[in-house]
Ligand binder design. Structure first.
Ligand code: GLA
Length: 738
């Protein structure tokens, strides 16, 4: 015991020392080095003056030194040295055939851009490196920072025109990452409305795989995250490089195996339809591209990313401003599936009374409370309380919710307008449109052009007023369509494409301003489910709605996919009624509860109609959830058995950072040929500690121990009840250190 303790201390001291290594620049070799967690990253200025990538992977010794970067040779007469050399941020010029990081056109017709190192500044945990075109006053400042704990890098670029004539930026990435030649598998997330978060895996071949959104927002169809694993890596072992882009507008990540078999990952603004005019002195800031490395498989990669996101990305409220992490989310009730737009004071109060009795922390009224919102054909844009539904305003409902011991949240969709609204009748020019062309409606709504200063002021103004006049703790911020006809006719024709940047910047600006004026407000990012989830919006929103698909079985694979990129802390999961509206599937309440308890729990059923039995089951499980929620949502997640590929079984386990508590969830899709549930070999526990097992739902195998060492639970494993068989079955357990 003493020996384990001492060696743990030695390891801790070693890792602290290693983590403390400050970023370095060696003037002799012109090599920059960043070290953090288990990761080293190095790049240098080569003999031509280009910034060249040297290394990204497991932590090197502090004494290891890189020689100066040497440009790659020409490959016959077809691939010049410039295109073969893995640059940190290559301008399109000089015969570059791979994906450029930056492409600029000048008013005299020149489109050649070659960026060379100029200078750098050391900052606390990284560098700012300035590049300049070989002859023109186009400057690029590359921002690098490494997180000492996880080794996750954040990279972005600021492009500045210091010339007198305006130039047009046609393509701008945040960063390019390079991996050495090897056999790799690419992991990425794809989907559609109500079908988000499918983990897609494929070998990387020569050529490019483009992950993108051209929709004006993040999108359901692809998510700005990737992970690349070596051929021998899997969930638990092997090298994985991963990255995520912090941008909620049109984005693109290109994964390219080049002519010399190196893999380059370039990501930033989507170059499709891009054109950002920089007048003399003006700058363009790219989004941030985060990147990390884990030697511990996809599981290790997502655990690093989760910790980083929870600590460094998510916004804080005053009570958690200096805490290591934000608070676990309140358990919410949401009215959408119960009442849809038929909301009114009496109906919502009836739901709130039931919700409070279940042990719910927050009551959220969804769509339908404003304007002439009887259906989705009208009302968006008119953010006044509907006097027919709420004759005395929202106050009586909010007061009632408070008196029941819950706080109050409200649904809004600020960036949208229905043509049938007072706002549109007054300001038809406020929507994205090309004058004289059709305005394509989706869900009978149009997109307000948030890039316009007047629209920005309107949206900020009504939200601020809503929060000033009502005691609202939480906004569910929805966004229910993608762009079409994205014109911005206030600007000259050659500048209108700025909408792709300014819209999203204004969205972030409004969110930041609202949070500043109302420091306690919490916000959910929803876009018809998971259409706007990325590390850009997560700087301003506390949680996300991953999908409108609330089928508890489908949610298992969606939650699995989501967990590769984003933490459980932000992953809302409601328990809704059965049969499910989408799949018409019938499942038991414990199964639905446990599926949602894998995330940040909510209830979205018509609880007024629940039987006493259902009420008692939900109440019991909500109480059990409250006790272990920090471990579930902020602990280390181990995907023990994936539900993907029609797996008969699935299981997850979370362990709190102190390794004093663990929670296990197990699900059966449908038992086949009498097969029992496999023994679950747990992970991440302290092998020397003793843990007591207690069921949250279901039973362990009769006769198996309930108190055993971490070593037992990890090596021997947890055996579930022999009778744990059937269709849509679920069990959950907690282990507490004795
Ligand atoms: C979107 C959301 C739903 C609900 C409806 C309301 O589809 O994802 O949860 O809020 O809008 O119209």
């Amino acid at each position: 015991m003493l020996k384990t303790f001492t060696s743990a201390l030695v390891l801790l001291a070693a890792s602290l020392l290693a983590s403390a290594q400050p970023p370095s620049f060696d003037p002799a070799s012109k090599v920059f080095r960043l070290d953090g967690g288990g990761v080293s990253y190095a790049f240098g200025v080569n003999s031509r003056g280009e910034l060249q990538q040297l290394y990204w992977g497991g932590r090197l010794a502090a004494t290891d030194a890189f020689p100066q970067a040497a440009p790659m040779p020409e490959w016959a007469s077809f691939d010049a040295s410039y295109t073969n050399t893995p640059q940190e941020f290559a301008g399109w010029g000089q015969g570059l055939y791979n994906e450029p990081a930056l492409k600029v056109s000048f008013p005299d017709g020149n489109r050649d851009l070659v960026l060379h190192y100029q200078s750098h500044t050391a900052i606390a945990n990284g560098f700012e490196v300035v590049l300049k075109d070989i002859s023109r006053p186009i400057f690029v400042t590359l921002h690098y920072a490494i997180d000492a704990e996880s080794g996750i890098l954040s990279r972005s670029a600021t492009i500045q025109n210091k010339g007198t004539d305006a130039v047009t930026v046609e393509q701008a990435a945040a960063a390019a990452w390079t991996l050495p030649p090897a056999h790799y598998t690419l992991n990425y997330l794809t989907g559609r409305w109500a079908g988000e978060w499918n983990l897609t895996q494929e070998p990387i071949h020569p050529g490019a795989r483009v992950l993108e959104s051209r929709r004006g927002s993040t999108g359901h169809q692809a998510n700005p995250w990737f992970a690349i694993q070596t051929g021998d890596a899997n969930e638990d072992h092997g090298s994985v490089w991963f990255g995520a882009l912090g941008w909620s507008g049109s984005w693109r990540i290109t994964v390219e195996q080049d002519q010399l078999d190196e893999v380059r990952v370039t990501g930033g603004f989507n170059p499709f339809e891009f054109g950002y005019v920089l007048h003399s002195g003006e700058k363009l800031e790219t989004p941030i591209f985060y990147g990390g490395y884990s030697p511990d498989g996809l599981g290790g990669a997502s655990r690093l990313l989760h910790r980083y996101e929870v600590k460094n990305i998510l916004p804080r409220t005053p009570d958690t401003a200096t805490a290591a992490a934000p608070k676990p989310r309140p358990v919410i009730y949401n009215s959408w599936e119960a009442t849809e737009m038929n909301v009114n004071e009496a109906g919502q109060i009836a739901l709130a009374e039931k919700a409070a009795a279940l042990g719910i922390d927050r009551f959220v009224m969804d769509d339908g409370w404003f304007g002439k919102r009887k259906t989705d054909h009208a009302g968006l844009g008119d953010w006044y309380v509907d006097p027919d539904k709420f004759p005395h305003g929202l106050k009586p409902l909010i007061d009632k919710v408070h008196s029941l011991g819950m706080d109050f949240g409200l649904w809004v969709e600020p960036e949208m307008v229905n043509p049938d609204s007072d706002l549109y009748r007054k300001h038809p020019d406020w929507v994205l449109n090309f004058p004289g062309r059709p305005r394509t409606e989706q869900r009978t709504q149009l997109v307000l052009n948030l890039a316009r200063p007047d629209v920005r002021a309107y949206v900020l103004g009504f939200l601020d007023k809503l929060l000033n006049e009502n005691d609202i703790a939480f906004l569910k911020w929805d966004y229910n369509r993608n762009w079409s006809e994205p014109g911005w006719d206030q600007l000259p024709a050659n500048e209108q494409k700025k909408v792709y940047v300014e819209f999203t910047r204004n969205l972030y600006g409004i969110l930041a301003e609202l949070r500043q004026r109302h420091p306690k407000i919490e916000i959910e990012s929803c876009s018809g489910g998971g259409g706007r989830v990325d590390l850009g919006i997560l700087r301003y929103t506390d949680e996300v709605w991953p999908s409108d698909n609330t089928d508890s079985f489908d949610r298992l694979t969606q939650q699995d996919g989501f967990s590769y990129a984003y933490p459980t802390q932000v992953m809302l999961a409601w328990v809704t009624d059965t049969p499910n509206w989408l799949n018409k599937r019938t499942t038991s309440l414990p199964y639905r509860m446990l599926s949602s308890m894998q995330g940040s729990l909510g209830i979205g059923a018509n609880i007024v109609k629940w039987t006493d039995d259902e009420h008692a089951t939900a109440k019991r499980l909500i109480a059990a959830y409250h006790q272990v929620q920090p471990t579930i949502v902020q602990g280390d997640l181990y995907r023990l058995i994936s539900p993907r590929n029609n797996s008969e079984f699935s299981a997850t386990q979370t362990v709190n950072p102190a390794k004093t508590q663990s929670v296990v969830f197990a699900f059966i899709h449908s038992t086949q040929k009498g097969r029992g549930f496999p023994t679950l070999k747990l992970q991440g526990l302290d092998p020397a500690a003793v843990y007591a097992l207690s069921p949250i739902e279901g039973k362990a195998r009769a006769g198996s121990p309930t108190v055993a060492s971490g070593a037992w639970w990890m090596n021997h494993g947890l055996d579930l009840d022999q009778d744990f068989r059937g269709d849509f079955q679920a069990a959950a357990f907690r282990l507490d250190k004795k």
